[in-house]
Design a protein around this ligand. Structure first.
Ligand code: ADP
Ligand code: MG
Length: 593
């Protein structure tokens, strides 16, 4: 084991000499307190170490001991429902052990509970041939997620012994006879966080990841295995969007990384999520959730590590054949941690002080998302969808973190402070945002929800774009200059914006909308448009239509508050729309006669 001597301490960065036998990415124990650190640069025998714990009190001359291991996570039963810090220390267990709200430095603690017995059911038998990724047994870890115990990477052979029963994560459950001897397997495996877990093949994700958020699912969808970014200025709604997706996404497992943002937001998550029931399973959403917290009051270097810890855990569940979503709030705070370390190392700064490798680091992170055929002889597929919040200073998206992110993600939900100031939530700007999955998702929905879905959505999007240019004309020469037809276009566009796109995260019903109800909402707006345009064609005036449909337009506006189980109420709205426009025509006809 290499032992070096601390020569220099600069915040989270420590330099130590006498480290010639160590290498970059190696984990070390720093000083008398044995703080955890990672070597991020080597110059001859001097190692630059980013220390994951507060370094005050550390002194030059103290020892640094290398471990020979890279920064790794422990994967196995006991991850779900837990909250970890950026280097996977279980926060609750820490508090219980140390009686402190803060991580006590140098204190080490088991990552997964080493005493708890889990019921393991073997699904393979003695004599079976297995390879990396094959499932040898299962553990019902929570009420909704079964943890599948897989043969670790690098092991292939024949099962010599395997046993069902109650075991701790450290006990041997299976022995595999391999070309280089017998290998004992436990329910856990380790994986270095900075390295993506291997898979067989990546394919284009085309199945929508439903979020229950109408503007996302209908207009700017993400797929299972897709990558999305939510940039926006402070207060525009990034955290709410991330929380909503964590709560309602139709995925099996959610990894939520609170990265450098205020601690009270993670407290909100901890208080709120256990109360929330997943509509699909009727169980608390925590049963499928893992939280990683490195909030702004916690050490900055561990923040840098947190997104890798998060995505490695996500890949682990992907490998079991699950669909996983990972949220990171915010990747800008992660990039700032990177910038801080780079600055302390006196690296040549690139754009706005960020290191030159900012772009490649962002790309490496998002590239670990995807829909893949996982390892193993069983032909499973799994997916990781990655959704990152970006907080550009002043909301200026020309800055490097946003630009490098937009280069790699396929979905851009552009949060707009003008909309949030008008209380239009989610304040996703429909003119700036895009999803490169739109065509595939529309094709999927045409097949699975309703033929003509895609066309309807494209029509409404075109209408919103038309609204923007009409509003420009109104601004210049006033509403009266518009034709009757254009005035009606403005009314319908307003319906799409207010009655469909706007969605209140804090209303019990409105907070999430099934795809069927999203379709019903689109239908009534569509019916209104068709009937109103037809009435106009038959001679009704804009003013008459507006007067004659006031009440039904209110019903359309309130339709989003109709509970899912009362969805047939939508039928009567259609009837009402038709009846009201019929009577507009009749009255108009009488007046004209
Ligand atoms: P950011 O993370 O971008 O700084 P937040 O997500 O914390 O912003 O949102 C700021 C505030 O905006 C929230 O506290 C909430 O009051 C409001 N808000 C955001 N999204 C919604 C929504 N979908 N429905 C209702 N209110 C919202
Ligand atoms: Mg926020």
């Amino acid at each position: 084991m290499t032992t070096g001597i601390i020569t220099e301490i600069s915040g989270p960065l420590v330099k130590a000499k006498g480290m010639a036998d160590s290498s970059i990415r190696e984990i070390v124990h720093v000083g008398k307190m044995q703080l955890t650190g990672e070597i991020i640069e080597m110059h001859q025998d001097v190692a630059s170490i980013q220390v994951y714990e507060e370094t005050s009190g550390l002194k030059p001359g103290e020892e640094v001991v290398a471990t020979g291991n890279p920064l790794s996570v422990e994967l196995g039963p006991g991850l779900l429902r837990k909250m970890f810090d950026g280097i996977q220390r279980p926060l609750q267990d820490f508090m219980d052990k140390t009686g402190s709200n803060f991580l006590v430095r140098g204190e080490s603690i088991d990552i997964l509970d080493h005493d708890k017995k889990w019921p393991f059911t073997a699904v393979k038998s003695v004599g079976d041939k297995v390879e990396a990724g094959d499932i040898i047994g299962t553990v019902p870890e929570t009420k909704i997620i079964e943890t599948r115990i897989m043969v670790p990477v690098g092991i292939e052979g024949t099962i010599k012994s395997i046993e069902s029963g109650d075991f701790t994560v450290k006990e041997v459950i299976c022995v595999v006879e391999t070309a280089d001897g017998d290998k004992e397997l436990t329910m856990t495996q380790k994986w270095p966080v900075r390295q993506g877990r291997p898979y067989k093949k990546k394919t284009t994700p085309k199945t929508p990841l439903k979020t229950g958020q109408r503007v996302i699912d209908t207009f700017f969808p993400i797929t299972k295995g897709g990558v999305a970014a939510v940039p926006g200025p402070f207060g525009a709604g990034k955290t709410v969007v991330q929380h909503q997706i964590a709560k309602f996404a139709d995925v099996d497992v959610v990894v939520y990384v609170g990265c450098g943002e205020r601690g009270n937001e993670m407290t909100d998550v901890i208080n709120e999520f256990p109360e929330l029931v997943d509509p699909k399973t009727g169980e608390s959403i925590m049963e499928r959730t893992i939280l990683i917290a490195n909030t702004s009051n916690m050490p900055v270097a561990a923040r840098e590590a947190s997104i890798y810890t998060g995505i490695t855990i996500a890949e682990y569940f992907r490998d079991m054949g699950y669909s996983v979503a990972i949220m990171a709030d915010s990747t800008s705070r992660w990039a700032e941690a990177l910038r801080e370390m780079s600055g302390r190392m006196e690296e040549m700064p690139g754009d706005e002080g960020y290191p030159a490798y900012l772009g490649s680091r962002i790309a490496e992170y998002y590239e670990r998302a995807g829909l893949v055929e996982v390892l193993g002889s069983e032909g499973r597929v799994g997916s990781v969808s990655a959704i990152g919040a970006v907080s550009p200073p002043g909301g200026d998206i020309s800055e490097p973190v946003t630009q490098n992110t937009l280069r790699i993600v396929k979905v851009f939900w552009s949060l707009d402070s003008k909309l949030s100031q008008q209380r239009h939530f989610p304040s996703i700007n429909w003119l700036d945002s895009y999803s490169q999955y739109s065509a595939d998702v529309q094709a999927y929905n045409d097949e699975h929800i309703e033929a003509g879905w895609g066309e309807r959505v494209r029509h409404f999007m075109a209408l919103l774009q038309e609204e923007a240019s009409l509003q420009e004309i109104v601004r210049l020469v006033g509403l009266d200059s518009l034709s009757e037809k254009d005035k009606l276009t403005l009314v319908i566009a307003a319906m799409i914006r207010e009655d469909f796109l706007q969605q209140n995260a804090f209303d019990d019903v409105d907070t999430t909308t099934s795809e069927v109800k999203q379709l019903k909402l689109l239908h009534i707006i569509n019916t209104f448009e068709e009937e109103a345009r037809e009435a106009m064609r038959l001679g009704a005036y804009y003013k008459e239509i507006m007067e004659g449909t006031q009440e039904v337009r209110e019903h359309i506006a309130r339709a989003k508050y109709i509970p899912e189980e009362q969805i047939d109420q939508f039928d009567s709205i259609h009837d009402e729309i038709k009846a009201s426009l019929k009577s507009v025509l009749e009255r108009g006809g009488a007046a004209n006669a």
